[in-house]
Ligand binder design. Structure first.
Ligand code: DNO
Length: 386
């Protein structure tokens, strides 16, 4: 696979020159300064392309060209927003950038409750604590009937931690779940929002009464509308699975499991409609057999995220090592299926001073460098097996 790296543009503290030294071949990035829903002009696209190419790299993947909320909930302005999306795709096509990652998760792009969960070896990782998430849902958002969505054991843990929760703990949860993990991926809430919880409640309300079937219909509508542009420019769209691949906060989620993936691939049976195989997101659902999914969907996968999680018996999940046997299996599948497939690592540990650098959550330098080294080793080994 092509060794790629998510880079957040010229303001990223990690420079393209650093990435060349560690064996990165392609860049995964977006025009983060353009607000969601606005057209990426050819000039802006070419400017980014030039920056990347001047450093001897290529712009392999767009992650993400964000799908605005009204496209997901079928708001009155969805057709206008889809036209903008098509215009952006057209400009990417003209510039020769042909792999575009997006997601179709309502409101929340990805969910974690802790950003620096300590590991025994002195490093730290992202972590999802189900009881803390339930606390956020039931006590901070105060969503109606939220308790009904959690099992008894989670509620018991939640009640226990509620007894000790203070203002600082509540502030930290809000900051992690809806601010720090969202702002840098062009999510709905940014560091500048003064009332993030209120804004978040308003966003959730947009999906009142919208079922999984409705969301599926809206995804199909969107994909059918953009496919002609994708065919014209040979652009591969690849949806990122829901992270975690579960129903949360009363929102419909439709890229969570084998049946969901099969559904959207068959609903729009064009090879340009494909998958970002994020092994990590899929593995956060105990229902998913990730190596089997990789084998089943390799031919419709256009981009790979190499990482993998362990789900604990209580429903919490955390990142596993990039040398986890399940990830070795996944890497083998894709390396054999298509050696040109772009692949990036993420959500690696914070180590060796990464925690002092203010990197975006999940995007450390040393941790990712080590992870890329591990995955590169797996790929090299797979190539000796042929
Ligand atoms: C988190 C990322 C996601 C991903 C988007 C793709 O680390 O994997 O934010 O980029 O969901 O649209």
């Amino acid at each position: 696979m092509e060794k790629t790296w998510r880079w957040f543009g010229p303001k990223d503290k990690i420079t393209l020159e650093m990435l060349r030294q560690i064996g990165v071949e392609g860049i995964v990035t977006a025009l983060h300064h353009i607000p969601n829903g606005e057209v990426w002009t050819l000039d802006e696209v070419n400017r980014m392309k030039h920056i990347i190419e001047s450093a001897g790299l290529r712009w392999s993947v767009v992650e993400s060209l964000p799908v605005s909320e009204p496209i997901k909930y079928a708001g009155p302005d969805r057709d206008a927003l889809i036209e903008n999306y098509k215009a952006s795709l057209e400009n990417l096509g003209r510039a020769g950038v042909r792999t575009v990652c997006y997601n179709f998760m309502p409101v929340l792009d990805w969910a974690r409750t802790e950003l620096e969960y300590p590991n025994a070896d002195g490093t730290s990782n992202l972590y999802f604590n189900r009881a803390e998430f339930a606390y956020f849902d039931c006590h901070i958002l105060g969503r109606k009937d939220a308790r009904l969505d959690y099992d008894a054991a989670t509620l018991e843990r939640m009640d226990a931690l509620a007894a000790d929760m203070d203002e600082e703990g509540r502030r930290r949860l809000v900051d992690t779940i809806i601010v720090k993990t969202q702002g840098f991926v062009n999510g709905n809430i940014s560091e500048d929002d003064l009332k993030p919880v209120e804004k978040f409640r308003e966003l959730l309300a947009l999906y009142d009464g919208i079922s999984r079937d409705d969301l599926r219909a809206n995804m199909k509508y969107f994909l059918e509308a953009i496919m002609p542009v994708c065919r014209k420019w040979d652009i591969n769209m690849c949806v990122h699975p829901d992270d975690p691949p579960l129903q949360i906060l009363g929102l419909p989620r439709i890229v969570t499991c084998d049946e969901d993936i099969e559904w959207f691939l068959n609903a729009v049976p064009d090879p340009h409609n494909g998958l970002t195989f994020c092994a990590g997101s899929l593995s956060a659902g105990a229902h998913n057999d990730v190596p089997a999914l990789a084998r089943k969907y390799a031919s419709r996968t256009h981009f790979v995220h190499a990482r993998i999680c362990n789900v604990l018996p209580n429903g919490d999940f955390k990142e596993s090592t990039h040398l986890d046997p399940r990830l070795i299996d996944v890497v083998r599948t894709f390396e054999r299926a298509n050696a040109a497939l772009p692949m990036r690592v993420d959500h690696a540990p914070l180590m060796l001073g990464d925690d002092k650098m203010g990197y975006n959550a999940g995007y450390s330098f040393h941790g990712r460098m080590l992870a890329l080294g591990m995955v590169s080793g797996i790929m090299a080994t797979v190539n000796t097996e042929k």
